[in-house]
Write a protein that binds this ligand. Structure first.
Ligand SMILES: Cc1cc2nc3c(=O)[nH]c(=O)nc-3n(C[C@H](O)[C@H](O)[C@H](O)COP(=O)(O)O)c2cc1C
Length: 372
C-alpha cells in the first residue's frame, strides 16, 4: 500500500490501523528550534477524540500522544519527529460478521478487491483513526504557523440541510468550540443537533459542509503550475475519508457569476507599514493563479453522511457470492463534520507550512530565534 506520505519539504507519513497496537505519524523536515512537547499535540488530539458527546461514536479513547524522537530539551532538533498514540478501547467483535461482507459506502469492498486480504477490524487503515497522525502533525504545523502570524480555523457551516448564518472570524474564534457541532452560529447549532438526533434514532446519518479559514497567510505562497496552493489544499482535503468536494472561495457558485461579480476589486489600504494592496471582496478565497494574494484563505469541504448505519441495507457475502442485507452494529459517528474540523484544519496547516518552506518564507533548517 503506497501513498501514506504527504508533503514535499515538510513531509508526514501516517501509520497504524483502527484495532492494531496504535496509530501515529513521522514528520520529516520540521526545522530545529521549535519548542514542542506532548501538551502541544494533546490539545489538538483532544479536539479530535471520539466519545466526547452523544453526536460522536461512543468509542472511548484517551488518545495520549507520546513523542518518540526528534525533540530534545523541549525543542525540535531537525531530526524526524515520531509520534505514537496507542489504541486502548478496541472491540472487534462487531466486525467479525463484516468479514467478506462489505459495508455499503465504506472502503471495505475496494480494499477487498485491491488487496484480497484486509484488516477488517474497525475498518483497519481506512478507519478515521488514521487521521490522528494528521492531527498530531497538524499541531506541529500550527505551532510553526503561529510564529508567522498565520492561524487556521475550521467550523461547520451546514449540517443535515441546516445552514448557519454568515459569521465573523471573531464569532468563529469565540463560539465554535462551545457546542458539540462546532458551529459558530449557536442557534443553527441547536437545530443541527436536533437533526442529528433524529437521523440517529432512525438508524441513519447526516452529512454537511465545513469551512476552513487561514488568516495571516502572506502574499506569494504557492507554486504556480502543478503545485498551486489551491491544488495542494484540494489534494490534502480530498485525502480525508468522507470528503466528497472541495471549494476555494466562491467555488461552485463562481460558475453562476459574471466576471464583474466574481473579480475581487483591487484597492489600496492604509496599514502600519504604509499603503498595502488588498481586495474589496474575497471570491478568490485568497488565491490567484495558485499563489496567495494576502487575503484570508477560504476552503470549504462537502462531507458525506457516515456510511456505517444501523438501517437495513443491501450487500453481498463475498465468501459464497450471495446477496444479503445487513444492519451495521459497532460504534459509529452519526455525523462526521464536527469531528472532521480538526482534521481539515491539520491538512490546511500542513499544506501551508510545506508551501511556505518551498517559497522561502520559513527556513527549512532552523527557526529564527533558536539561539536567542
Ligand atoms: C473524523 C472522521 C470520522 C469518521 N467516522 C466514521 C464512522 O464512525 N463510521 C464510518 O462508517 N465512517 C466514518 N468515517 C468515514 C470513513 O472513514 C470513510 O467514509 C471511508 O473511509 C470511505 O471513504 P470515502 O467515504 O472517502 O469513500 C469517518 C471519517 C472521518 C474523517
Amino acid at each position: 500500500m503506497s501513498g501514506n506520505t504527504f508533503g514535499t519539504l515538510f513531509r508526514i507519513t501516517t501509520w497504524g490501523e483502527s484495532h492494531g497496537y496504535g496509530v501515529g505519524v513521522v514528520i520529516d523536515g520540521c526545522p530545529a528550534g521549535l519548542p514542542l512537547d506532548e501538551a502541544d499535540i494533546q490539545k489538538e488530539l483532544d479536539r479530535r477524540r471520539p466519545g466526547q458527546s452523544n453526536i460522536t461514536t461512543p468509542r472511548k479513547e484517551e488518545d495520549k500522544a507520546e513523542i518518540l524522537s526528534g525533540v530534545f530539551s523541549g525543542k525540535t532538533t531537525g531530526a524526524p519527529i515520531s509520534i505514537m498514540i496507542k489504541n486502548k478501547d478496541v472491540d472487534s467483535s462487531k466486525y467479525e460478521e463484516l468479514q467478506g461482507t462489505p459495508r455499503p459506502g465504506h472502503a471495505d469492498l475496494t480494499y477487498e478487491i485491491k488487496y484480497g486480504f484486509r484488516d477488517f477490524r474497525g475498518g483497519g487503515r481506512s478507519s478515521a483513526r488514521e487521521t490522528i497522525g494528521r492531527v498530531a502533525a497538524g499541531a506541529v504545523a500550527k505551532k510553526i504557523l503561529a510564529r508567522f502570524g498565520v492561524e487556521v480555523l475550521g467550523h461547520v457551516v451546514e449540517l443535515g440541510g441546516i445552514r448557519a448564518r454568515p459569521v465573523s472570524i471573531e464569532e468563529i474564534r469565540e463560539n465554535t468550540e462551545k457546542n458539540p457541532i462546532r458551529c459558530a452560529d449557536p442557534e443553527a447549532a441547536g437545530e443541527m443537533q436536533a437533526v442529528v438526533h433524529m437521523a440517529k434514532s432512525e438508524g441513519d446519518s447526516v452529512g454537511g459542509i465545513v469551512e476552513i479559514l487561514a488568516p495571516g497567510v502572506p502574499a506569494g505562497v504557492g507554486e504556480p503550475v502543478f503545485d498551486k496552493l489551491s491544488a495542494e489544499f484540494a489534494k490534502g482535503l480530498m485525502s480525508i475519508g468522507a470528503v466528497k468536494g472541495v471549494e476555494i472561495g466562491a467555488g461552485f457558485r463562481s460558475a453562476l457569476m459574471r466576471g464583474s461579480q466574481m473579480n475581487d476589486p483591487i484597492t489600496l489600504k492604509e496599514s502600519t507599514y504604509g499603503r498595502k494592496i488588498s481586495m474589496l471582496t474575497n471570491n478568490a478565497g485568497g488565491i490567484l493563479g495558485g499563489i496567495s494574494n494576502g487575503e484570508i484563505i477560504v476552503c470549504r469541504i462537502a462531507v458525506k453522511p457516515t456510511p456505517s448505519i444501523s438501517k437495513e441495507q443491501c450487500t453481498v457475502d463475498m465468501s459464497n457470492m450471495s446477496e444479503k442485507t445487513i444492519k451495521i452494529k459497532g460504534r459509529h459517528d452519526p455525523t462526521i463534520p464536527p469531528r472532521i474540523v480538526p482534521v481539515a484544519e491539520a491538512m490546511v496547516a500542513l499544506v501551508l507550512v510545506d508551501q511556505m518552506m518551498r517559497g522561502g518564507f520559513i527556513n527549512t533548517s532552523i527557526l529564527g530565534d533558536s539561539y536567542s
